[in-house]
Design a protein around this ligand. Structure first.
Ligand SMILES: C[S@@+](CC[C@H](N)C(=O)[O-])C[C@H]1O[C@@H](n2cnc3c(N)ncnc32)[C@H](O)[C@@H]1O
Length: 446
């Protein structure tokens, strides 16, 4: 399987290749920093743990007696951190690109440990190392199945509906997944037979996805403790130290039917060729831009006429309030205007799709997004001239929850019944309202 975590993007044009070569040293330093952050994971996590242990030790004997089980739990936390670090070392083992920098580590022992924080590694990098573990759980464990159902299924269903397996030679349908993260959505689409390319610029993601996609040789081989850094909102001690096995499917043993590759690089830098993809699928991605219009323009440009853009996610706007970063935060209403102005036809749009993202299922604190979902089409002037497809623009600046045909039909039937037998219908509606209340929670995510 071609998971090009480190090599240059195959479609990189000459000019870009020159820029890359010029930046090679910088790139090398960056990858080294990511490796160092991964290697410093354990000591960093243990520093936090030590704060609790030190305070516990300073408490009165009476308090310490009551906290005996809690003390045992903190020892267990320490063990989980060590085990996480061991898996991280496995992740790095096969693909250590650059030798570690000078300080503190001991590569000859096979265990690289830093006594001091590695140079250039910041708290933000350590956060990313920790969230990589949570994202492995989201994408590649059975524990992440619900999140994947909420986020990836609507995207996959729409693509299958638009590019129906019976109507198309699927390997001819080229799908790009920018911001591919750990690659599961891209993999699932490739398993259906589409020709898929994920794109990702974070080396935390690229190194971890390369491991799952190319180096794990059987299902559930590895165990991680992704919630071990969460010291608060735990109901039971075991919730903090819950084990998560991965990968729930082994891509090596189950290679996708369709072409599959992951391309490293910044979406805006790498994708410049017009009319190259039949579909762009974005999940929790478009709010990763300084200026979301740049993403939307690029997506429009690289789609073939008649191609679709399927999106799901919130508008978190990752650069909002990050010092030194520019950011604008257009609302969904604004995005509708932008998408149509760029040239897209909004075929379908929904609000309020309940989606969790890398959530600890046992935590007392649960947050979820009321995500947006849409399917946009880049119009094909020839097709439209031939009247094959009619443009179905929704009005500007309007948030519409599109009712399905079935729902419209039901509403019409209800209207007719209400006109004929008003009292009976009133009674029926009351009954329906009670049962809808019960089912809506379950029905919502899909
Ligand atoms: C919020 S995560 C979503 C990951 C995945 N799609 C999912 O749903 O789990 C956004 C991802 O986009 C990547 N990303 C952000 N900006 C990018 C860019 N300009 N080019 C490529 N990847 C980018 C980030 O590194 C991150 O992995």
């Amino acid at each position: 399987m071609d998971c090009a975590a480190f090599p240059m993007h195959p479609k990189m044009d000459e000019q870009l290749a020159r820029t890359f070569a010029a930046n090679e040293e910088e790139e090398e330093r960056h990858i080294q920093k990511v490796q160092n952050a991964f290697l410093y994971y354990g000591p960093y996590a243990c520093q936090r743990l030590k704060r609790s242990v030190d305070y516990l030790n300073s408490l009165s004997a009476e308090d310490q007696i009551m906290l005996a089980k809690y003390r045992g739990h903190l020892e267990c936390v320490r063990t989980c951190i060590d085990r996480n670090q061991a898996v991280i070392r496995e992740i790095l083992r096969e693909r250590v690109l650059y030798p570690p920098e000078e300080t503190g580590e001991n590569p000859s022992a096979g265990r690289w440990e830093f006594d001091e924080p590695p140079p250039n590694v910041r708290h933000g990098d350590m956060d990313q190392a920790q969230s990589t573990l949570k994202l492995i759980a989201r994408d590649w464990s059975t524990d992440g199945a619900l999140e994947r159902e909420q986020s990836y299924k609507p995207i996959i269903d729409s693509i299958v509906e638009y590019y129906k397996p019976g109507d198309y030679e699927l390997k001819e349908i080229k799908i790009l997944v920018p911001g591919a993260g750990l690659g599961r959505l891209t993999y699932e689409l490739a398993c259906l037979g589409y020709s898929c390319e994920g794109n990702e610029f974070s080396y935390f993601m690229l190194i971890a996805s390369n491991f799952v996609l190319n180096l794990c040789d059987y299902e559930n081989k590895y165990v991680l403790y992704p919630w071990v850094h969460q010291y608060v909102n735990n109901l039971r001690r075991e919730d903090q130290v819950t084990a998560v096995r991965f990968p729930d499917v082994c891509p090596l043993k189950n290679p996708p039917k369709g072409h599959f590759e992951i391309a490293a690089g910044d979406f805006l830098e790498v994708y410049k060729t017009p009319n190259a993809y039949n579909c762009v699928a974005t999940c929790f991605f478009i709010d990763c831009a300084n200026n979301v219009i740049d993403f939307i323009r690029t997506i429009y440009k690289i789609l073939v006429p008649g191609g679709i853009w399927v999106n799901l996610g919130p508008l978190l706007y990752h650069y909002s309030d990050v010092s030194g970063q520019n950011s604008i935060e257009p609302t969904f209403e604004d995005l509708c205007i932008i998408m149509e102005s760029v040239g897209f036809v909004i075929e379908k749009s929904r609000t309020g799709i309940r989606t969790k993202y890398a959530q600890n299922p046992s935590s007392m604190k649960q947050s979820e997004y009321q995500s947006l979902f849409w399917v946009c089409r880049k119009p094909d002037p020839f097709e439209e001239q031939r009247g094959k497809r009619k443009a179905s623009r929704e009005p500007h600046d309007l948030i519409v929850r599109e009712d399905s045909e079935e729902e419209v039909e039901q509403q019409q039937q209800q209207q007719e019944r209400a006109e004929k037998h008003p009292e009976q219908e009133q009674q029926q509606l009351k009954l329906q309202a009670t049962s809808n209340d019960e089912t809506e929670m379950e029905a919502q995510p899909t």
